[in-house]
Design a protein around this ligand. Structure first.
Ligand SMILES: Cc1cc2nc3c(=O)[nH]c(=O)nc-3n(C[C@H](O)[C@H](O)[C@H](O)COP(=O)(O)OP(=O)(O)OC[C@H]3O[C@@H](n4cnc5c(N)ncnc54)[C@H](O)[C@@H]3O)c2cc1C
Length: 452
């Protein structure tokens, strides 16, 4: 082939960022998208004075690649950093919200953790490090910190990020920074202190815990990217797509047409891979296809006049132990500008997840009643009907990195090795957040550019 053209499957953030870097390197590509929408799960809507998300609500500037990506985009699309109140996180316990403590003083006085575990925490730096790479998160936290830290800090955090179960999640894959803290420094507390003191590269200094969206919603980012990479390079409504091997590389079959490519990048969910790439032996897909996903219903709920509790935090998370029907509530109108009419509020709530998936099958009326009841109790809303109620259910919302991850990573590596030029990306590996996707996309693009 004269032109080494790349096929990208999926027009979500991973596919778009990969295309962005290929475009910068003058490498021709074409994006194939099953749906009629660019952006994947990222989708922002406006209604009745509210601006709400139907997928992710925010990202974190958690790695160098994400920071540099926004630097590179410059004025074309600037991140909007969440209000400073986002540093405060609320946890529900015993019928009220408590701030998750960040310092030692707060840690001692908080009612979230038991006295026994607070005292046990003093010994955390001296506990032996784990030796099982497949140890679950709950096991790791109980071993190092105690049951109440698992129940009232880690469990709600995992519900908030993974809609998951800490007894299933394996930190080595799901929370690699936490895993490395214990493995490299022998302790979470000691490791965090030592890491803070270590000399950092200038690029690493830019990384923060800052939470971002984009003014007007995250879809502005995917819209900007689609304009930069060129809408003419994105083929929408390509359901039934299939890829075959050819002498030059790969052939993509779509809409009764076929096109030759040098390399192929996939960004889709695990279960669809065997159908897309029938030339890969089924037994090789087996460990990949096994990947589980949390099913989640996301509800945007808006009030033109807010009469509930003060919304001076990122949001509230509800530990599974508290036996409520919400996973958490994000205070979106406090975090970002112009998400609700003045004096009003926009909340995003989530139901379902790995341990309460049945709640995602409630009909609209039952879901509305459930959300209303839960918010009356947890948010102190009085006699107030919402002015916005919109929901979206995601069958494969968040990949769950469990003890099967090692086998999945090995299978992905083996498939890529056997089929040179095939790149398997997306949330099947490397993390589930927007920042993880941006980092993975850039690294995949760099591998492709090197080989071009
Ligand atoms: C409800 C929800 C809330 C979230 N909240 C957050 C959050 O607050 N912060 C955060 O950092 N992350 C969050 N995430 C995760 C984050 O949104 C994702 O990691 C990221 O957006 C995924 O991007 P992607 O491009 O890898 O996948 P996707 O966005 O899923 O894009 C993949 C694309 O591939 C297409 N496709 C699938 N199969 C085929 C096929 N066979 N042929 C062609 N095209 C195909 C799909 O239609 C889709 O457009 C959330 C996710 C969900 C679902």
């Amino acid at each position: 082939m004269k032109q080494k053209k790349i096929a990208i499957i999926g027009a979500g953030i991973t596919g778009l960022v990969t295309a962005y870097y290929l475009k910068k390197a003058d490498i021709p590509f074409r994006i194939f998208e099953k749906s009629g929408h660019i952006g994947g799960v990222i989708e922002t809507r406006q209604e009745n004075g509210f601006v709400y998300e139907r997928g992710p609500n925010s990202g974190v500037l958690a790695n160098v690649e994400t920071v540099e990506f926004f630097e590179d985009l410059g004025s074309r699309c600037k991140p909007e950093i969440a209000d400073a109140s986002s540093a405060k996180r609320l946890i529900w316990k015993g019928g009220m919200w408590h701030s998750l403590p960040s310092g030692i003083a707060g840690g001692i006085t908080t009612p979230l953790f038991s006295m026994k575990d607070k005292l046990r925490l003093l010994g955390e730096p001296f506990r032996k490090k784990g030796t099982d790479p497949n140890e679950t998160l709950s096991h790791l936290v109980i071993r190092r910190m105690g049951q109440s830290f698992l129940d009232y800090a880690i469990d709600p955090f995992i519900l908030g990020i993974y809609a998951g179960d800490p007894a299933y999640i394996v930190p080595k894959y799901a929370l690699p920074k936490l895993y490395q803290l214990e493995q490299n420094y022998g302790s979470f507390i000691g490791g965090a202190i030592k890491k803070k003191r270590e000399k950092k590269e200038p690029s690493e200094k830019k990384v923060s815990r800052d939470i971002f969206s984009i003014e007007g919603g995250l879809q502005r980012l995917t819209e900007t990217l689609s304009e930069i990479v060129g809408k003419e390079n994105i083929e929408l409504e390509c359901s039934g797509l299939s890829v075959k091997k050819s002498a030059q590389g790969f052939q993509v079959y779509y809409k009764e047409k076929q096109e030759d490519f040098y390399q192929v990048v996939s960004t889709i969910i695990a279960g669809e891979l065997p159908k897309l790439f029938p030339f890969v032996e089924n037994r090789m897909w087996e460990p990949v296809s096994r990947l589980k996903y949390a099913k989640v219903t996301e509800v945007a709920i808006g009030f033109k006049k807010w009469n509930g509790i003060p919304l001076d935090a990122f949001g509230g998370l509800i530990p599974f132990k508290e036996n409520r029907n919400l996973l958490g509530v994000l205070f979106m109108s406090s975090l970002f500008k112009d998400r609700a009419p003045k004096g009003g509020a926009l909340l995003t709530t989530f139901v379902g997840g790995m341990r309460k998936a049945e709640l995602t099958d409630l009909g609209e009326d039952a879901l509305f009643q459930l959300i209303k009841n839960e918010l009356e109790i947890t948010m102190g809303i009085k006699n107030n009907d919402p002015d916005l109620f919109q929901y979206s259910t995601h069958q494969h919302a968040i990949a769950q990195y469990g003890a099967d991850s090692e086998a999945r990573y090995s299978a992905i590596a083996a498939i890529e090795l056997q089929h040179n030029g095939l790149y398997l990306g997306g949330s099947i590996r490397d993390g589930i957040g927007i920042a993880d996707r941006i980092k993975q996309a850039r690294l995949m693009a760099e591998r492709i550019i090197k080989e071009a």
